[in-house]
Design a protein around this ligand. Structure first.
Ligand code: TXA
Ligand code: MG
Length: 320
């Protein structure tokens, strides 16, 4: 009897594998890939649905913002506004393990879900040939958190990624062990005072030397517990009511799945959590843009991506 060939999601990084990985990314699928720091769980940053798959695969209970990875500093300038400080750091350390948090560019193509609805964006150019080739072949910025399940340690080999995410990714590009083994250093340049949001593979004193100024230690929790704890999180002006079964007069009614009532908006008409996650931030902004004072959301199930959607809606609904 012939042995059944076992196909693996782990692939050696030859040309065919990288082309296939880029095709998968363009089709909205998840591809894990090596960077110089840790393995990233990559998706098309411009597609809300692709980004929603990242949160689902990681079992992330919250939509925290993701780093947009690009192949060159020039590509980063399409996503974010670079002042002189940002230009100096990019020039000195990219490609490399430095993530810059900057104001989002006006025409930034990155989805609201990838930036968790913030007006800022985290960008970096990884110092890894395979990562940059893959991003270039995909032809778009790639959103990528570390390729582990939520609460687990960051993976530094393809086998680590497989242990956590084997059946949740379309492909794992095996580039061998990562060299830094520690996440990138994150610097926030969105106001006058440069801040160190996360210590990482690039030593802070090297950054301070280029800036000619000290970095203020300002570690923002990756898991803010209170509304507004993440500094500039988008808070809708519109008052929000959750778990509504029918609209009250004057309320915008937001459906999730079937309803006998008239609905003004839909997170998803057929009750699809992936589609709802992709639409969430745009919808919160649309309520304000269209001048609604009050909105009622139908119940969203608590499983899978529903947990993060409910978390975000609860914070939008919290009294301010
Ligand atoms: O080395 C790395 O940075 C790896 C590789 C894959 O590039 N990626 C990584 O991503 O560590 P992640 O998602 O595990 O951590 C990204 C951090 C999060 O703590 C997130 O809150 C923060 O970056 N972040 C992203 N966008 C931000 C923003 N606009 N403002 C403040 N913090 C932001
Ligand atoms: Mg991580």
């Amino acid at each position: 009897m012939k042995a059944i060939p076992t196909t693996s999601v782990i692939r050696k990084p030859d040309e065919a594998a990288l082309e296939a990985a880029a095709d998968l990314l363009r089709a909205g699928q998840l591809v894990a890939f090596p960077t110089e720091t840790v393995y990233g769980l990559g998706a098309d940053a411009t597609s809300g649905e692709a980004v929603a798959r990242i949160y689902a695969a990681k079992d992330r209970p919250r939509f925290n913002p993701l780093i947009a990875h690009v192949a060159t500093p020039t590509e980063a300038e399409d996503l974010a506004i670079f002042d002189e400080r940002a230009k100096a750091l990019a020039h000195a350390f990219w490609p490399g393990p430095l993530t810059l948090v900057l104001p989002k560019a006006p025409d930034c193509p990155v989805s609201d879900l990838a930036t968790a609805g913030l007006d800022t964006i985290a960008v970096r150019v990884p110092d890894h040939d395979l990562a940059r080739i893959l991003i270039t072949l995909a032809g778009r910025p790639i959103a990528a958190p570390s390729a582990n399940r939520s609460g687990h340690v960051s993976p530094t080999t393809a086998a680590h990624v497989a242990a956590d995410l084997r059946d949740r990714v379309a492909m794992i590009v095996d580039g061998g062990p990562t060299t830094a083994g520690l996440e990138s250093t994150i610097v926030d340049l969105t106001d006058r005072t440069p801040k160190l949001l996360r210590a990482g593979a690039l030593p802070a004193d090297m950054i301070e030397a280029v800036l000619g100024a000290p970095l203020i230690r300002h570690t923002v929790s990756a898991h803010p517990t209170a509304p507004g704890q993440l500094a500039s999180h988008y808070a809708p002006r519109c008052h929000i009511r959750l778990n509504a079964t029918e609209p009250e007069p004057g309320e915008a009614f937001v459906r999730f799945g079937p309803t006998p009532h008239r609905a003004d908006f839909a997170l998803s008409v057929d009750g699809d959590l992936l589609a709802a996650a992709a639409r969430l931030y745009g919808l919160l902004r649309a309520l304000d843009d269209k001048g609604w004072q009050r909105a009622a959301f139908m119940p969203i199930p608590a499983h899978g991506l529903g947990e993060a959607i409910n978390d975000r809606l609860a914070r939008a609904a919290a009294p301010r």
